[in-house]
Design a protein around this ligand. Structure first.
Ligand code: ADP
Ligand code: MG
Length: 264
């Protein structure tokens, strides 16, 4: 059985008291296996964040089926299933150190306090922040802040990690470093990852499968691209990866109705 299964998931916003309603998701089918890394790409407004919020359990006002190993997310969370969410901005607490921020995530977890220090040390080492554990967020670069937010996500040993454009505010070299940090930590934990990206190369570098959503109308997955042929560890220099990212760009162009040759 797949870990995460969405079947004909539909989501409408608005529509109350005569207001116009808006279909954000229009029949999404998606199955994800344990430990898989799945990327979602698509034009702005096609429903990517809406989809992530549903999988996170933050939005339960939708139609269709969404189950995790056959149960609802509410049942799974009650039984100890853990979801972590990383956003474009690190969202660290400015009055806490890096260690304090990562430890804070453990306070709501079931891990005993006696383990917290070792758990924090472990994830900070995996994201190469050990030397900066007593620094405050404002003393760190944007890339280091985002690494701290990845450490904070993994410290609870999540069953699924959701990431919404996690690296899009970073310059390319910093983003490359972070993607590698992410894959290093994923190798240690083998957490299922579902992420949103705007970057075909990034998605090709990270993902096992890439889902391309479309616009006009949005709200559906139009194409699935498997990265199975591209071995890990991956390199940006790999021609196989380059070919895949071209396929992804072409899918994005056609499913967003942007066929102008200047975009090729
Ligand atoms: N809280 C909301 N209320 C009304 N409309 C929303 C809300 N959130 C998102 N939408 C609409 O749903 C569509 C999908 O939004 P979103 O999932 O944020 O897109 P994406 O992340 O792909 O850019 C957009 O048209 C957006 O305007
Ligand atoms: Mg979004």
């Amino acid at each position: 059985m797949s870990q995460i299964v969405l079947s004909n998931v539909r989501k409408e916003f608005g529509g109350q008291r005569g207001a116009r309603s808006w279909t954000a998701l229009n029949g999404v089918d998606l199955s994800i296996e344990v430990g898989e890394i799945v990327g979602i790409l698509g034009p702005s407004g096609c429903g990517k964040s809406t989809l992530l919020n549903i999988v996170a359990g933050l939005d339960n006002d939708y139609d269709g089926q969404f189950t995790i190993q056959g149960k609802t997310i509410e049942e799974q969370i009650a039984a100890g299933f853990r979801v972590a969410y990383v956003f474009q901005e690190s969202r660290l607490l400015p009055w806490k150190t890096v260690r304090g921020n990562v430890e804070f995530a453990l306070k709501a977890s079931k891990f005993p306090a006696s383990e917290w220090r070792d758990r924090v040390d472990n994830v900070l080492e995996l994201v190469e922040l050990s030397k900066f554990s007593e620094f405050y967020p404002q003393q760190l670069s944007g890339g280091m802040q985002q690494r701290a937010s990845i450490a904070r996500a993994f410290v609870i040993e999540p069953d699924i990690l959701l990431m919404d454009e996690p690296f899009s505010a970073l310059d390319e070299m910093t983003a490359r470093h972070l993607r590698q940090s992410l894959l290093n930590i994923w190798s240690a934990f083998r957490t299922t990852i579902l992420f949103v990206s705007h970057n075909a190369t990034e998605a090709s570098f990270l993902a096992d499968r890439i889902m391309v959503m479309g616009s006009d109308p949005g709200g559906t997955i139009r194409e699935e691209i498997s990265m199975a042929g591209v071995q890990r560890p991956r390199s940006y220099e790999d021609l196989g990866l380059f070919e895949k990212s071209k396929t992804v760009v072409n899918a994005l162009r056609s499913h967003s109705g942007r066929t102008d040759p200047v975009l090729a």
